[in-house]
Ligand binder design. Structure first.
Ligand SMILES: O=P(O)(O)O[C@@H]1C[C@H](O)[C@@H](CO)O1
Ligand code: HPA
Length: 202
């Protein structure tokens, strides 16, 4: 029984990516996650570059028999691929950074407490009044999209609390965090060619 909880946090991805990018010439578009005893799926790969999980910074390690714990880059059927020989399971105490669900309400009023509760029951983690139309159209046009939403306030779910969201508060928090968002955006744009490289190479 593994009691330790291991969160693979998004803030560490960059370091891991850079470590790998600087050590392999491969830029795979295909990734295969091998299940128990199926590490041999990578056997037919040529030009292999193998990285044990234990050597990769911030990478979790396999603890289950039949999961070798290696990342194998190489060519299969003329395509650059990467194989994960070993995967991670919730029962090992692993959990991935949770995907958050953004929900758009039409506005201009903020959602009522009853609406907020309904959205929570439906599985929403954050609420806004934008972004969804832009993303929908962009995807329809075949564009890749990166959505970045600044969470400015807590949504009230409690009738006994007086707190009410207002646009002034939203603007105040936006102003406070603008520099941070700008840094994130600059980093994203600066590194966007790495992303393109990964997508254009076989
Ligand atoms: O354009 P965004 O989504 O930043 O504007 C939000 C949604 C409402 O228009 C307003 C609420 O304060 O800010
Ligand atoms: O609490 C909110 N609800 C909906 N849209 C918003 N935009 C900023 N804050 C909110």
């Amino acid at each position: 029984v593994h009691t330790k909880s291991f969160h693979i946090h998004i803030k560490y991805y960059n370091q891991t990516t850079e470590w790998l990018l600087s050590r392999t010439r491969h830029r795979p578009k295909i990734a295969v996650v091998c299940g128990s005893g199926l590490g041999l799926l990578a056997d037919g790969v040529t030009n292999k570059e193998i990285f044990p999980y234990a050597d990769i910074p911030n990478f979790p390690v396999s603890t289950v028999p039949g999961h070798e714990g290696c990342l194998v880059f190489g060519i299969l059927k003329g395509k650059s691929c990467v194989f994960m020989q070993g995967r991670f399971h919730l029962y090992e105490g692993y959990s991935l950074c949770k995907v958050r669900v953004y929900c758009m309400v039409s506005g201009p009023n903020f959602e009522t407490i009853a609406e907020a509760r309904m959205l929570q029951v439906l599985g929403c983690d954050s609420v806004g009044m934008s972004t969804v139309p832009e993303v929908t159209v962009a995807k329809h046009c075949g564009l890749r999209v990166f959505g970045l939403s600044l969470i400015t306030n807590k949504v009230s779910l409690d009738y006994s609390r007086e707190e009410k969201v207002n646009h002034e508060e939203v603007l105040e928090i936006s102003k406070m965090r603008a520099e941070h968002v700008q840094m994130m955006l600059n980093t994203l744009i600066a590194r966007s060619d790495q992303l393109d490289e990964g997508l254009n190479v076989n």
